[in-house]
Design a protein around this ligand. Structure first.
Ligand code: HEC
Ligand code: HEC
Ligand code: HEC
Ligand code: HEC
Ligand code: HEC
Length: 192
């Protein structure tokens, strides 16, 4: 009798426990945005292959785009970061020779913008990543799946291009679908 009582108690306890993750998953589930865009390749000072770095060498997006988690902008890594590896890696390749020349002459390559919002739109990486990654304990090694909401599968790109519309409809529709997570609908939140 004593044993079965305990079993029943534990049974309830375990069932309750197993419901917590389900409830969390419900609370933190994100509806990905819809829509695509066919952006053309942008001519960059050095053709930078995301594919080789992310897909083949498994470098995390936020290792290079370090500001994404703590500021408005994600930022482009400085040449010093590239040289941390390329002082020794692939030094015989023409593109790395070009990179090394920029480094030695202390002239940063002028990377051209690929995704660009008009100045009257307010956007911040920090807030989005906090909500879409860190607050829901999403594994940071998979952060590229969240970047992909707004930038597509950059890991497969040999030259980065714009593949999501990033227009008002795109942003607003995702905000409506993710209202539960606190995504605002007011005009003034995105326009100042
Ligand atoms: C909710 C949409 C969204 C998500 C998620 C997102 N971005 Fe962005 N990203 C944008 C928008 C919009 C711009 C253009 C911003 C502008 O022009 O003001 C941008 C611009 C950028 C830029 C250009 C430099 C800059 O900061 O303006 C980089 C690099 C970038 N994003 C990387 C990332 C990485 C890496 C991740 C994932 C860790 C990520 N983004 C997640 C929407 C997003
Ligand atoms: C953590 C190390 C690391 C960092 C940081 C890094 N790279 Fe690389 N990069 C690699 C590796 C590994 C390869 C593949 C080399 C090979 O295949 O021989 C590579 C390949 C390349 C190639 C292709 C070379 C070719 O022609 O085959 C280019 C271009 C390149 N990197 C540019 C850059 C630039 C620009 C930066 C800075 C924004 C950078 N890399 C930062 C590790 C790194
Ligand atoms: C080794 C460093 C490195 C890694 C890792 C890396 N990037 Fe980049 N990223 C760059 C450089 C350099 C540029 C500028 C050249 C270009 O636009 O092709 C760039 C450009 C971008 C842009 C375009 C910026 C703009 O002007 O709009 C986006 C978006 C972006 N990266 C997203 C990502 C995402 C998502 C990941 C992970 C899947 C990632 N990056 C991983 C170095 C890196
Ligand atoms: C995945 C769907 C999704 C997409 C796509 C998206 N957002 Fe958001 N956005 C959110 C969520 C969720 C929040 C709530 C963040 C919070 O409350 O911390 C948010 C918050 C914001 C905020 C409020 C930030 C603050 O300071 O309180 C602004 C502004 C914003 N988004 C602008 C944009 C713009 C502009 C775009 C399009 C370029 C965009 N968002 C695309 C989900 C999205
Ligand atoms: C989630 C963010 C978001 C919200 C909320 C939002 N907008 Fe926008 N809005 C944008 C973005 C992003 C653009 C830039 C579109 C582009 O570049 O194509 C834009 C562009 C505009 C434009 C310029 C249109 C054009 O054709 O150039 C107007 C006007 C505008 N919004 C008004 C509003 C009004 C009014 C509201 C409230 C009913 C509102 N917006 C709510 C993100 C938002």
């Amino acid at each position: 009798m004593f044993v079965t009582n305990r079993l029943v108690k534990w049974g309830f306890f375990l069932v309750a426990l197993s419901l917590i993750p389900a409830a969390m998953a419900e609370k933190y589930s994100v509806v990905p945005p819809e829509g695509s865009y066919d952006g053309k390749n942008v001519k960059q000072p050095i053709e930078f292959p995301h594919y080789i770095h992310v897909k083949i060498n498994k470098i995390n997006c936020m290792y290079c785009h370090t500001y994404a988690r703590r500021s408005k902008v994600a930022g482009i890594p400085p040449t010093s970061k590239c040289m941390g590896c390329h002082k020794v890696i692939a030094t015989d390749k023409p593109r790395i020779k070009k990179l090394t020349k920029y480094w030695e002459e202390k002239k940063p390559p002028l990377w051209k913008k690929v995704n660009d919002l008009p100045d009257f739109v307010h956007f911040t990486h920090e807030k989005h990543l906090k909500k879409l990654v860190f607050d829901r304990d999403y594994p940071v090694e998979n952060v590229k799946e969240v970047c992909a909401f707004c930038h597509g599968q950059v890991e497969n790109m040999t030259v980065d291009r714009k593949v999501k519309p990033l227009n008002m409809g795109f942003c607003v529709r995702c905000h409506i679908k993710n209202k539960k997570l606190g995504a605002p609908g007011d005009c003034w939140k995105c326009h100042k």
